[in-house]
Structures are given as structure tokens and as C-alpha cells.
Design a protein around this ligand. Structure first.
Ligand SMILES: *Cc1c(COP(=O)(O)O)cnc(C)c1O
Ligand SMILES: [Zn+2]
Length: 409
């Protein structure tokens, strides 16, 4: 893949106007924050230059082997940690009562800082350095911040992070360990979002925040490219994606959309967005079928901190992902998430954080309401359980699955 400097344009999801990326900030200049941008490539010319099977062999580059289908970041600006190349496991029979279902697990807990967010943060650091930024900031429920701090660490790019005071301590430990400046916000993610944006406007910092920085979709979509490679370009019927802001869901869609434009896959999988019951704006919006402006913003109270968001900032892309693939939004209780995390860990050895385990809770629920309907499904396990072990300990959440059981051997 020697395609350097491919051209791309930016198209607003709200007003559909196309822009030349030069001189465009993070979102549509006419629509502001409501105007998320799609990054669209010259697929026809890329398809004539690129060989999909040749890409798979370039694993030493991690996600950067897909550079021709990303906003260009020169190699000298890329963070040094290896991002991407996470394993995909095939687990037929993972759900006992659905023996015909083959389950795939894409394990993003294996990223350098332990979550899928590394894919976006690596791109953000590259873009910021390339734009000569001295400071990069983010509002986060935790993982985007850990990822940003980790990706910036070897590049001496100063990071300023806005997170809720309630962010799990292992994530805070990562941020401070990586040398970030951490601002603990009294409030939920939504308050952190506002404070970060104000600071960026005031100081001219590069803003990595999801929903403002439309390029984050491009970094995260590389997970879809890897899934396609790893399933030999024949995708599972269903993909279960945990949803907070909706960026990951929108990114998975965008990755498969790109591959479809390239002629590298034949059809889209159905995308199932899984929300926590106590943080379910998109689920309610999808059910209502009305305009999203009319959907109430409810203070979120899920213990799955990484999907705990009142007002999803990437809602347009997330809604499109579900609508355009004949998918669904579903929501699951915190108890169902805790049970699913426990079951996944005990049966597969994949140790998911709560937000990630929501994907498995979603699959279990979906199968119980659609028995026998699908032959294959993939769980996107977005982050590591080591970042928030509370879920696995005896006590408030995992009542049906005691953490410690002594049995005779
Ligand atoms: C961020 C995150 C999510 C949700 O992603 P959104 O883009 O906010 O929808 C899910 N799981 C984990 C582990 C995360 O870090
Ligand atoms: Zn617009």
C-alpha cells in the first residue's frame, strides 16, 4: 500500500454539504457540534491501488497499515506504541441454549492501554502533532483519557484530561502514570464535556473529544477492518457493540462502509447497539422514531461507567449505523451486565470491564427474544476488566455469581 496523500472530503451528516478538509476544524462549520462529519475517500482510485490481502501481512505497523484509508498522518508523527492487531476468538456454543450460534469475540482489552479507545487516541495524537499543537485535551468517562495519555506519553505532547470525579481509580492511575494533567469534574461525563470544550476554545488546545472531533471515527473504524481480515472477509451476521456516546458503534459502521465501497466485502453485518438501562438515550430515541431533539436527557446512573452518558455526542453516526444495517438498539440492566461479565470471564478467560460486557449481556438478551434467528454473532469487547474490578468482587453488583467459591476438586 504505497498510496500516499489520498484525497478525502468531509461531508456533514446533518446538512450533507461536502467540504475540503483544509481549513475545516472538527465539525461542520454551518451546523456546529450538531454537524458530525464523515471522512470520505476516493474509493475508486484506492480500490485500484490497494490489495486487501497484502494489508493483513503488515502487522508490524498495527492500525497504521490502513493508512491509505485514514486521514494522513506522516510516520514521524505517529505514537510509538503498537495499536491494533487484537485477537479474534471463535467460540461456538458459548450460549448453551443456542448451540447453533457461533460467537466471535474481538478482544480489545488487549490494546496497549486496555481499551479500543487507543485506536482513536493514536490518530488524535498524530493529527495534533502534525498540526503543531502543544497541548491536547479530552473529556472522557475514563478510557479515552487513559488512551490519550498513553499515546501522548512518548511524544512529549502535554495532555489535559477532564473526567468525572467518580472515574475508576485504575483509569486515573493510568492517566497520572502517563504524565497527564487530570481535572476531576464534579458531575457526569456531560459536565466534563462542557468544561473541556470551554478550555480548548480559550487556550487553542487540540480537542480529542468524541462528538467534537469527527476524526475519532476514523481511528476506531480500524477495528472493523481487522474483523473483516480475521473472518476472511465473510462477516458474522450480527455485531454487538456497547454504546455510550455512540462513537464506537458509528465507527464500526464506517469501517464496514469503507470496505463495501472498496468492494472488499459483500454485505454489511447487522449492528446491534447495546446500552445500559440506566443510560439509554439512543435506545429511547430509536424506539420513539421521532426526532432526537424530542428525546429527554436523563441523568445517567449505570455502574458501567464507560457507557454512562446522558446525551450521546455521536448520536447521528450511531443512529445511522443501526438504521442503515437493519440493526437494533437494546438495553440491559446493570445486573445483567455483571452476570454477563462473570460468565464471559469464567467461560472464555476474556476479562471485560462492565461497559464491554454489555455486548455479551446484549447478545444473551437478543437470543432469548430471537431464538434460532442467527447463526453467527460477534461481541466487541471494548475494554479490560482490570480497569474496574469492582464488578467481579462479592457484593453489590454480582449477586447471582459469587466471586469466590470453594469446591472440592
Ligand atoms: C468508550 C467505551 C464504550 C462506549 O463507546 P462510545 O463510543 O462512547 O459509545 C464502551 N466500552 C468501553 C470499554 C469504552 O471505553
Ligand atoms: Zn452541516
Amino acid at each position: 500500500m504505497n498510496a500516499t496523500n489520498p484525497t478525502y472530503s468531509l461531508r456533514c451528516l446533518n446538512c450533507h454539504v461536502c467540504y475540503d478538509p483544509k481549513g475545516i476544524g472538527y465539525c461542520c462549520p454551518a451546523c456546529g457540534e450538531a454537524g458530525a462529519l464523515d471522512t470520505l475517500y476516493d474509493y475508486r482510485s484506492l480500490a485500484s491501488q490497494l490489495d486487501r490481502d497484502a494489508l493483513a501481512s503488515r502487522t508490524a505497523e498495527g492500525m497504521w497499515r490502513f493508512n491509505a484509508l485514514l486521514p494522513q498522518v506522516a510516520p514521524s508523527f505517529r505514537p510509538g506504541l503498537l495499536v491494533g492487531n487484537t485477537p479474534l476468538y471463535r467460540r461456538p456454543g458459548l450460549i448453551d441454549y443456542e448451540p447453533g450460534l457461533t460467537v466471535w469475540i474481538k478482544d480489545e482489552s488487549r490494546q496497549p492501554t486496555g481499551s479500543l479507545k487507543d485506536r482513536a487516541s493514536a490518530l488524535a495524537v498524530g493529527l495534533a502533532l502534525q498540526a503543531d499543537a502543544r497541548v491536547i485535551a479530552v473529556a472522557s468517562t475514563g478510557n479515552a483519557a487513559s488512551a490519550l495519555a498513553g499515546m501522548a506519553a512518548d511524544r512529549r505532547l502535554h495532555t489535559v484530561i477532564y473526567v468525572p470525579r467518580t472515574t475508576p481509580s485504575a483509569k486515573l492511575a493510568q492517566m497520572t502514570g502517563f504524565g497527564a494533567e487530570v481535572v476531576l469534574v464534579d458531575g457526569a461525563y456531560d459536565e466534563a464535556f462542557d468544561q473541556c470544550q470551554q478550555a480548548c476554545n480559550r487556550h487553542g488546545w487540540y480537542n480529542r473529544t468524541t462528538g467534537i472531533n469527527s476524526y475519532m471515527t476514523e481511528g476506531k473504524k480500524t477495528v472493523a477492518f481487522e474483523i473483516a481480515e480475521q473472518t476472511n472477509w465473510v462477516l458474522p451476521e450480527l455485531i454487538f457493540v456497547p454504546v455510550g456516546n455512540g462513537c464506537i458503534l458509528g465507527s464500526v459502521f464506517k469501517g464496514f462502509f469503507d470496505l463495501l465501497q472498496m468492494g472488499w466485502i459483500e454485505r454489511m453485518p447487522r449492528l446491534i447497539g447495546v446500552q445500559a438501562e440506566a443510560s439509554n438515550f439512543l435506545y429511547r430515541a430509536w424506539r420513539s422514531e421521532g426526532p432526537m431533539d424530542a428525546v429527554a436527557r436523563v441523568a445517567p446512573s449505570s455502574r458501567a461507567s464507560s457507557i454512562n452518558v446522558a446525551f450521546p455526542r455521536d448520536r447521528l453516526k450511531a443512529m445511522r449505523a443501526v438504521r442503515a444495517t437493519d440493526g437494533e438498539f437494546i438495553c440491559v440492566s446493570d445486573q445483567a451486565i455483571a452476570d454477563a461479565a462473570q460468565a464471559l470471564a469464567a467461560r472464555t478467560g476474556v476479562f471485560a470491564e462492565a461497559g464491554a460486557a454489555a455486548a455479551y449481556a446484549g447478545l444473551r438478551q437478543w437470543v432469548s427474544t430471537h431464538p434460532g434467528e442467527a447463526a453467527s454473532a460477534l461481541l466487541l469487547i471494548t475494554g479490560s476488566g482490570l480497569k474496574d474490578t469492582q464488578l467481579y468482587m462479592c457484593g453489590d453488583t454480582a449477586t447471582s455469581a459469587p466471586a469466590i467459591q470453594h469446591q472440592p476438586v
